[in-house]
Design a protein around this ligand. Structure first.
Ligand code: ZN
Length: 466
């Protein structure tokens, strides 16, 4: 363990606080957790701020703070701004003095945020796993692979999208989907990739007979090879000099069957839908949750997560898994309150499955679970919020009881620079309390998105240290 001067200061700051005393003595977050975690699971709700999570709690339970992650021993906030040299910054005082601060200050995109969360380095918007000088930055998956751990990514949007890409490969632009997919499938050492992008299906799960788009799966030639097992598409994932071909699954039954028992060494799961599991389906996209019939015959994020855990946990040296709920962001860009709530509930149902898996198949002494977001989208508040009467006002979301969408107000169709929630539980989770970057007047102590891997690389995983 290394204590930099900055960290020593934050440690002192926290030692003096009663809150920290409680945290450090929580049965789920003890000093003995300082041992290296065997497994790390990071779950990212794309485009989700504090109020997105509260909307899910209010819809599901009729009251706030009822989600599983909201009971975790480490509950904090996290800043997400891009590289300082590009104008990235978060000022906690200004954020609550000026209603428009989080809209006028530079917001991150998913690419820069994923890069920060997986490499510990800020970069500019659009960049995937590369710094502002274009240099490749080593990511969490690569570091885990270097010490023999299994790695995987699971997402409810296309697997070559920014968040999974930022955790596993390097590219100057998030928009190079085809190249990104090729990098993930042919050059990365990932063991599990699950996400959308199926060229033969529409977003409502119906078959697409013409103008197929192969961009998200790495191009037509690669996709045709993936469909043909005799092509043995893949590379050497575990460094034994032998090719480890991808096994492709598509059907709901196949996804479900992977959650138990025997599994292939390397799995590519592409549900039969184009860009996302549910958010892009037909029907009134502004209807209340579940009013428009859900896509059938595709897995939920929870089912995909269960399958990934069953595969990755077969590695005796442990695993690192990133699970993304990717479409809450897309719903929020379009102010689709109902579909945003559906996406949040899908994400938090996956959190519940992962939490249960850890308790039944692992333990909080060997597994670290992080629940967070890459940025906030929509500047979601309660109704009546705004810069009225010269004094800014932030109202809470108003419950309409469980099963009914709460009252809410969207304040932009873009991302905001708001702090996002950060929850951690299990092995080493309290180390995040030693990396506090500041105290927000409303959200309280916050870390930065670059602290996620820094804690895992530098404080926790001595063997991963370069
Ligand atoms: Zn977005």
């Amino acid at each position: 363990m290394f204590f930099s001067p900055v960290r020593a200061k934050t440690l002192l700051f926290f030692s003096a606080s009663a809150a920290a005393f409680l945290f450090f003595n929580s049965p789920l977050c003890k000093a003995q957790d300082l041992a290296s975690p065997k497994n790390v699971i990071i779950m990212i709700a794309d485009g989700s701020g504090f109020n997105h999570f509260q909307a899910a709690s209010l819809y599901q339970h009729g009251k706030p703070d009822q989600l599983t992650c909201q009971q975790f021993p480490v509950k904090m906030a996290m800043s997400t701004f891009p590289h300082e040299s590009r104008g990235g910054h978060y000022d906690p005082q200004l954020a609550w003095e000026d209603f428009s601060y989080v809209l006028t200050s530079l917001s991150t995109d998913s690419a820069a945020s994923a890069t920060a969360m997986s490499t510990g380095e800020k970069t500019e918007n659009g960049a995937i796993g590369v710094g502002i000088d274009g240099a490749h930055l080593k990511n969490l998956m690569e570091r885990a692979e270097d010490v023999g751990k299994a790695t995987g990514i699971v997402t409810s949007v296309s697997f070559s999208h920014s968040t999974p890409a930022g955790f596993s490969i390097h590219n100057a632009s998030r928009n190079n989907y085809e190249k990104i997919a090729q990098e993930m499938l042919l050059n990365s050492r990932l063991d599990v990739i699950m996400g959308c992008g199926h060229p033969f299906f529409h977003n409502d799960g119906s078959r697409k007979y013409s103008s197929q788009n192969y961009t998200y799966v790495g191009g037509e030639a690669l996709w045709k090879d993936l469909l043909d097992p005799s092509q043995k598409v893949g590379n050497d994932a575990d460094g034994d000099g032998v090719n480890d071909p991808w096994i492709l699954i598509e059907s709901l039954l196949d996804f479900r069957s992977m959650a138990q028992g025997e599994t292939p060494k390397r799995l590519l799961g592409i549900p039969r839908v184009n860009t996302t599991l549910q958010q892009g389906r037909k029907g009134d996209s502004h209807a209340a949750p579940y009013v428009v019939a859900m896509n059938q015959n595709i897995p939920t994020l929870a089912e995909m997560a269960a399958a990934a855990l069953n595969i990755l946990s077969k590695d005796p040296q442990g695993f690192v898994l990133m699970i993304e709920g990717g479409a809450a962001d897309w719903a929020s860009h379009q102010h689709q309150s109902g579909r945003m709530v559906e996406e949040e509930l899908d994400f938090h149902a996956a959190v519940d499955i992962v939490h249960q898996w850890i308790e039944q198949n692992s333990s909080w002494n060997e597994t670290l679970l992080i629940i967070t977001a890459d940025h906030e989208t929509g500047y979601l508040t309660g109704p009546g919020s705004g810069a009225k009467n010269e004094k800014p006002l932030w109202n809470e979301l108003i419950t309409n009881g469980a099963g009914t969408i709460p009252e809410m107000q969207w304040n932009t169709s873009e991302h905001s620079n708001s702090l996002v929630p950060f929850f951690a539980k299990g092995a080493g989770c309290q180390l995040y309390l030693q990396n506090i970057k500041g105290k927000d007047p409303v959200r309280g102590p916050y870390i930065d998105n670059t602290d996620i891997p820094k804690v895992i690389f530098w404080e926790r995983h001595a063997p991963i240290l370069p």
